[in-house]
Design a protein around this ligand. Structure first.
Ligand code: PMP
Length: 383
């Protein structure tokens, strides 16, 4: 049986992408590579909502986050980090590691940050070099209103606005330029339908000016100026993840075949609603409000009276349905249903149906079929 990977990432890989990655290797200094690099980075721009260049790092998302920090700031600089869960904390750790002074706006896990809260937080502060936020908090299934947070940043400071888009970009709407995001980063293994190992980021003109003047940047491998210099030649400074870039080109084909990126976003919205409505029908609680719900991952509270570890273990062992548990303070309290990237309404129907089978095995009181019916209704009304 194939594993039904309904995870926060890595996520399933489309056959077309696998085949693209199986092509013969090419030199990263060849004409073929330059063509692949130039065309592919151009085609990814709508997924970021930017007209600026996309840079590719042979790394995970964390390295791109680290690149954003180390290239713009120097020890002693003051920054604001908005934290709504485990991955906001990454920015805190990275900034502290590089000797920055962090002002942390921390929210309860499961909540989003509002424009007003960020505005009030920024008001008394001065000399803030950058404000960091997470778009999709993968640990809680919260989608922060990063467009509105960008307005607060601009109203109250001239700081750079840096957003971790890992687990959002490729599945959630993104308007990097319109939202005033100065650096937007993501990783390949989530909504981008690729295996792990490629990070994508884009940098605004405002951020490039800061990077150019930041003489004390400590980065060598993650030095964004050298990525920019090489990108002008259609290459990367070091050996890139060539196969993943071939795969990325196939991802762009798939997005085109779907009817463009706005259609991909619509599909994720439908899947989010299918999952949420089916849980409502089963009287199983969700962690987040409708308003802040992520289109790529849903955090589901442990059904009452159920031993979560046994239930999730049973779903995996018996039905090959693979969900992720909760992190940090939410361990044992939630599980996470991933619906990002190469995932379709039919996959949601499958997973909800198997969840119900598992609930029956545990003699959980519910009306069999109610979750599937609710998910079907959402799907049918979307057609
Ligand atoms: N940010 C978010 C929102 C994430 O979900 C993750 C990975 N789960 C990361 C950052 C870190 O990315 P990576 O594991 O690729 O380094």
């Amino acid at each position: 049986y194939p594993n039904i990977l309904r995870h926060p990432g890595p996520t399933p890989i489309p056959k077309k992408v696998e085949l693209a990655m199986a092509q013969n290797m090419i030199s990263h200094r060849s004409e073929e590579f330059v063509k692949l690099y130039r065309e592919t980075t151009e085609r990814v721009k709508p997924v970021f909502g930017t007209k600026q260049d996309i840079l590719l790092l042979p790394s995970g998302g964390t390295a791109a986050m680290e690149a954003a920090v180390v290239n713009i700031a120097s020890p002693g600089d003051e920054v604001v980090v908005v934290t709504v869960g485990a991955f906001g904390d990454y920015f805190v750790s990275i900034c502290e590691k590089y000797g920055l002074k962090v002002h942390q706006l921390q929210k309860e896990w499961g909540e989003a940050c509002t424009k007003e809260e960020l505005g009030d937080f920024l008001k008394p502060l001065s000399n803030i070099k950058a404000v960091f936020a997470t778009y999709n908090e993968t640990s809680t299934g919260v989608l922060n209103p990063v467009g509105q947070l960008g307005e607060a940043v601009r109203e109250h400071s001239d700081a750079l606005y840096i957003v971790d888009g890992v687990s959002a970009i490729g599945g959630a709407p993104a308007e990097m330029d319109e939202w005033g995001i100065d650096i937007l980063v993501t990783g390949s293994q989530k909504a981008m339908m690729l295996p792990p190992g490629l990070a994508l980021l884009s940098v605004s003109d405002k951020a490039w000016k800061v990077i150019e003047s930041n003489g004390s940047a400590a980065a060598y491998y993650l030095n964004l100026l050298s990525y920019r210099e090489w990108a002008e030649k259609g290459m990367t400074p070091n050996t890139p993840a060539v196969s993943l870039i071939m795969g990325l080109s196939a991802v762009c084909d798939l997005i085109d075949e779907e009817g463009g990126f706005s259609k991909t976003v619509e599909r994720h919205e439908v899947m989010k609603n299918m999952v949420r409505k089916s849980m409502n029908a089963l009287s199983i609680d969700l962690l987040t409000t409708e308003e802040n719900a992520s289109p790529t991952i849903t955090a589901i509270r442990t059904p009452e009276g159920l031993d979560l570890a046994s239930y999730i273990g049973h779903l995996k062992k018996t039905y090959h349905l693979d969900f992720a548990g909760g992190l940090g303070p939410l361990q044992g309290k939630i599980f996470r249903f991933g619906h990002m990237g190469y995932c379709f309404p039919s996959d949601i129907l499958e997973a909800v149906s198997l969840m119900e089978a598992g609930l029956q095995d545990f003699s959980y009181p519910f009306e069999p079929g109610a979750g599937v019916k609710a998910a079907q209704e959402v799907y049918l009304s979307s057609l």
